[in-house]
Each structure stands twice: as structure tokens, then as C-alpha cells.
Design a protein around this ligand. Structure first.
Ligand code: SAM
Length: 280
């Protein structure tokens, strides 16, 4: 029996259901329920919220989210071997856990959720960045989620919260910080996971802003930023050549020196540049 919910400890769950970790599915499990509850608490006040969890695995974080009071958890898991273990959790929390088997990249979670919605996940590393970018780049803002509480490799977490002038600063920092507040909420050593990965991890917490920090067309901003950082060592007048006619004039109109490099340019100036590029 575990202290948080009276269900068996996760090691017993894994042994009973034969859940040996598979590298191909990015499986590094969290087995300490105190730790998973602590991660769940980073997601804010869960009472009255629906939670979307990607990759519940044997259910450590799922149990943390339910124990911390989530109104409902929708858990999307690709590995069918985990379903019996997750069914036991669903039985212990009647009507509060829905499990969908499948690939999170292919499933639309919205038909299963009611706002307000938060997202929390110990993401499979192979799909984590792609999901984050999708959640950050919907056409309309605010998005369907209020907050994201996500485990990443430490290096990816640093790229999300990076400031201009640092090596980690780039597309991910700009996409995240344009429309959300982003901070590293927790750091975890490899030994927190079973099996232990090679690298350290961190939980990033992002809160959606009601509106983007500065005006810009999302598609134009994404394009300009992608081009600028594709060749991050080049001066912007070279890296952005051909993005629009008279590119140097547009850089100057946005207050950016054409000889600057992308990693020196703050978010506000990239938004000004996106507006200048969108002008005829
Ligand atoms: N949440 C569990 C924990 O904290 O112990 C497991 C985390 S493990 C890092 C990632 C989980 O995501 C695994 O259970 C894996 O099977 C699942 N997964 C991998 N790719 C997936 C995908 N495309 N869609 C949904 N789940 C996926």
C-alpha cells in the first residue's frame, strides 16, 4: 500500500504487469510517489481542472495528479502493456481517469476534456519537443490549456527558458516566451528514474499569457525566427536574405542592426521584425 492512495507501490505494479522499460518508447519511469506528487503540485491548483497527461506508463504521475485533486485526468499512452495497471488506478478513482491508447501525436484530446485544462507529463523524449511546439503554436491565442508542466532533458529545459545572448537561446525560447511565462520548476538527477537516463532532467512550468507579449503574426514570426537561427553564427542580413524584399531596411525599421546575430536579438525586436516583414 502506498501512502498517497492505498494502491500498490509502483515497483509492485511494474513487476505484476511485466512493464520492463522499452528504450524505443522513451520509457524512464518515476517510481517515487512522493516525487510524482511533488511534480503534480508544480502544476498549480488542480481542483476543478481537467488534466491532459501524455505517456502515463505505470501511472506514477497519474496517481500524483489524482491525489492532488484533479477533477479528471485524460491519459494518452502508446504502450498497451500499461493499460491494465492504469485500469486499476481508474477503479480507485471512479469517473476521474480516462485512458486512451494511442500515439499522442495523432490523437485530438479536446473531445475528451472540459476547460479549464492543464497539461502535465513526464514526456517521452522522442516526442516531447514536437508536442511542446504544437501546444505553443496554435493559430489562435489563448490556447486550450492554462498551463504546461513538463519534464524535459535539462538541456531542452534550458533552451525553453533561455535569455538572449546565451548559447541555449533560440527558436524554443522565443516560441515559449512570446505567449507564455516559462520557468524551471524542479531539477532531477538521472537516478530519479528507472532505468536512469544518461542525462539530468528538469520540470518546466509554462503559464499561458492572456495575449501574446508583443503583436506579431504567428506564422511570420515562426518563419523569421526559424530562418534567423538556422544559421545562428551568420549576421542577420545574410541569414535572412530573401525572406522579404529590402530585408536590411526592414531590420533597421525593427531596430535591429543588420550585422547582429540572431542570438543577440531579444523577443520584442523579433516581433517588431515580424511586423516589418509582414508589411508590403
Ligand atoms: N509518466 C510515466 C512516469 O513518469 O513514470 C512514464 C514516463 S516515460 C518517460 C514516457 C511514457 O510515454 C512511456 O510510458 C511511453 O510508453 C509513453 N509514450 C512514448 N511515446 C508515446 C506517444 N507517441 N504517445 C503516447 N505515449 C507515448
Amino acid at each position: 500500500m502506498s501512502a498517497i492512495d492505498g494502491l500498490p507501490p509502483l515497483r509492485a505494479v511494474i513487476a505484476e504487469h511485466g512493464l520492463s522499460a522499452r528504450k524505443s518508447l522513451g520509457q524512464n519511469f518515476l517510481l517515487d510517489l512522493n516525487l510524482t506528487s511533488k511534480i503534480a503540485r508544480q502544476a498549480g491548483d488542480l481542483t476543478g481542472c481537467d488534466l491532459l497527461e501524455i505517456g502515463p506508463g505505470p501511472g506514477g504521475l497519474t496517481r500524483g495528479l489524482l491525489a492532488e485533486g484533479a477533477r479528471k485526468v485524460l491519459a494518452i499512452e502508446k504502450d498497451a502493456r500499461c493499460l491494465p495497471a492504469l485500469a486499476e488506478i481508474a477503479a480507485a478513482y471512479p469517473g476521474r481517469l480516462e485512458v486512451v491508447e494511442g500515439d499522442a501525436l495523432q490523437i485530438d484530446p479536446l473531445q475528451h476534456l472540459t476547460p479549464p485544462i492543464r497539461i502535465a507529463a513526464n514526456l517521452p523524449y522522442n516526442v516531447g519537443t514536437e508536442l511542446l511546439v504544437r501546444w505553443l503554436t496554435p493559430r489562435d491565442w489563448p490556447p486550450f490549456w492554462q498551463s504546461l508542466t513538463l519534464m524535459f532533458q535539462r538541456e531542452v529545459a534550458e533552451r525553453i527558458v533561455a535569455a538572449p545572448g546565451s548559447k541555449a537561446y533560440g527558436r524554443l525560447a522565443l516560441l515559449a516566451q512570446w505567449r507564455a511565462d516559462a520557468r524551471i520548476a524542479m531539477s532531477l538527477p538521472p537516478e530519479a528514474f528507472t532505468p536512469a537516463p544518461k542525462v539530468s532532467s528538469a520540470v518546466v512550468h509554462l503559464t499561458a499569457l492572456p495575449a501574446p507579449r508583443y503583436p506579431a503574426d504567428p506564422k511570420v514570426l515562426e518563419h523569421v525566427v526559424a530562418r534567423a537561427f538556422n544559421q545562428r553564427r551568420k549576421m542577420l542580413r545574410a541569414a535572412l536574405k530573401g525572406v522579404a524584399p529590402d530585408m536590411e531596411d526592414r531590420l533597421l525599421a525593427a531596430g535591429i542592426k543588420p550585422t547582429d546575430r540572431a542570438e543577440q536579438v531579444p523577443l520584442e525586436a523579433f516581433c517588431a521584425l515580424a511586423r516589418a516583414v509582414a508589411e508590403r
